[in-house]
Design a protein around this ligand. Structure first.
Ligand SMILES: NC(=O)c1ccc[n+]([C@@H]2O[C@H](COP(=O)([O-])OP(=O)(O)OC[C@H]3O[C@@H](n4cnc5c(N)ncnc54)[C@H](O)[C@@H]3O)[C@@H](O)[C@H]2O)c1
Length: 325
C-alpha cells in the first residue's frame, strides 16, 4: 500500500513510518518540522519506498497531489504538548482545526481511508473513570488555554464523523492516551522525557501540582501496532476508539521510579501549575482509558510494561547525552 503519514517526522509519526516501511509499504510523510525533526527520520531517508515532503498540511495544492497519490492516510500532524499549547494558542487552534479540515476534505474527495489522531484530552475533567468512548466530555472554561487543544481535537472528530455519516468516508478516530518511547521531545511539556533527561543529569525533577495525578503511559510500539490493525479492521470504520494502556501510575511514583532506574541523585521539587505555565491551569486527577472497544475490534493488548518502556526511553536519552559530551 502507499501510505501518507502527516506529521511523520514527529515522535509517533517517525515510528509509524519505520514500521510501515518494515512491513513493505511505500511511505510518504509530510511534515513542516515545527515540532518534528529530520533526526527522527534520519535512518529512513535513504530507504527505498520512503519520501519526505517538507510542507504544511494546510497547503492545498501539495496535499491534493499527496492524497491523490496514496491509498490510505494517517493524520498525525498537530500542535501537541501542554507547553506549546499554552504558549501558542492561536497556532494550536489553526493547525489542529484547519489542518484537519484540509486533510479530511481531500481524503473525502479522493475516497481515501483515513485514521485521525485524537486525544484523551477530549474527556476533559470527567471523573467517570475509566473513560469510555461514548462518555460525556467535561471541558473547563475557555479562559483556560489548555482546553483549546481538546476542543480543536473534538472539532476534528466531529468533522471526521460527519464525512463518514454524510459521504461514507472510511474514517477511524483514534483517541490516543499518553504515549511514550524513544525520540519523544521533552521540549513541549511531555513529562517522561523531561524527567528522564533531568534524572540522567542529576538535576531536580520538577513536578507540576501535587504529583498525585494519575496517568496511564503506553509504549509507542503498542500504539502503532493498534493503529496498523485498526486501519485494516472493517468494523472500526466510523468508530471512535481509545488507544493506550490501562496501567496507571501517579506522577510522584513515576518520578521516583525514573530516579531509581537512572541511579540518579536528583531530588524532586514541586511547583504550582501557575508557576509552571505562567497562568492558571485546570488539570484532571485521573486519566485512564476503557479499552473494551479496541479489545473487541482487534483483540488489542499492549505488550510492553511501563518498566520496559521507561528502560527504552532511558537507553535512548543516555545515548543522546553521550553523543552531546
Ligand atoms: N504523544 C502523545 O502522548 C499523544 C497523546 C494524544 C494524542 N496524540 C496525537 O498524536 C499525534 C502525534 O503526536 P506526537 O506525540 O507524535 O507529536 P509530535 O509533535 O512529535 O508530532 C506532530 C508532528 O506534526 C508536525 N506538524 C505540526 N503541524 C504541522 C503542519 N501544519 N503541517 C505539517 N506538519 C505539522 C510536527 O512538525 C510534528 O512532526 C498528534 O495528532 C497528537 O495530537 C499524541
Amino acid at each position: 500500500m502507499r501510505i501518507l503519514i502527516t506529521g511523520g517526522a514527529g515522535f509517533i509519526g517517525s515510528h509509524m513510518a519505520k514500521s510501515m516501511l518494515d512491513d513493505g509499504h511505500i511511505v510518504t510523510i509530510v511534515d513542516d518540522l515545527s515540532t518534528g525533526s529530520l533526526s527522527n527520520i534520519h535512518d529512513l531517508i535513504k530507504q527505498d519506498g520512503f519520501q519526505f515532503v517538507r510542507e504544511n498540511v494546510c497547503n492545498i495544492p501539495t496535499m491534493t497531489t499527496l492524497i491523490q497519490c496514496c491509498d490510505v492516510v494517517i493524520h498525525l500532524a498537530a500542535a501537541v504538548g501542554v507547553q506549546l499549547i499554552v504558549e501558542k494558542p492561536v497556532h494550536t487552534l489553526e493547525t489542529n482545526i484547519h489542518g484537519s479540515e484540509v486533510v479530511l476534505a481531500l481524503a473525502n474527495k479522493f475516497h481515501r481511508r483515513i485514521l485521525i489522531a485524537s486525544t484523551s484530552e477530549v474527556y476533559g475533567k470527567s471523573t467517570a473513570i475509566p473513560f469510555n468512548e461514548d462518555d460525556d466530555s467535561l471541558l473547563g472554561s475557555t479562559r483556560f488555554t489548555r482546553w483549546s487543544y481538546a476542543c480543536s481535537k473534538m472539532v476534528d472528530e466531529f468533522l471526521a464523523l460527519a464525512y463518514h455519516d454524510q459521504d461514507g468516508l472510511e474514517v477511524i478516530v483514534g483517541r490516543f492516551f499518553n504515549t511514550i518511547g524513544p525520540r519523544q521531545s521533552g521540549e513541549y511539556g511531555m513529562v517522561v522525557p523531561r524527567f528522564v533527561r533531568a534524572a540522567l543529569r542529576n538535576e531536580p525533577l520538577t513536578i507540576y501540582g501535587t504529583g498525585e495525578q494519575q496517568r496511564c503511559f503506553c509504549h509507542v510500539a503498542d500504539v502503532i501496532d493498534a493503529v496498523k490493525r485498526l486501519m485494516v479492521c472493517e468494523t472500526a470504520i466510523g468508530q471512535v476508539v481509545n488507544i493506550g494502556s490501562e496501567n496507571s501510575i501517579t506522577i510522584n511514583e513515576l518520578a521516583e521510579n525514573i530516579i531509581s532506574m537512572c541511579n540518579s541523585t536528583s531530588i524532586i521539587r514541586r511547583i504550582s501549575y501557575e508557576e509552571a505555565f505562567g497562568q492558571p491551569f485546570d488539570d484532571m486527577l485521573i486519566r485512564k482509558p476503557d479499552l473494551t472497544k479496541i479489545k473487541q475490534l482487534i483483540s488489542y493488548e499492549p505488550k510492553h510494561s511501563l518498566e520496559q518502556t521507561l528502560r527504552h526511553v532511558i537507553e535512548f536519552e543516555r545515548s543522546i547525552l553521550a553523543q552531546s559530551r
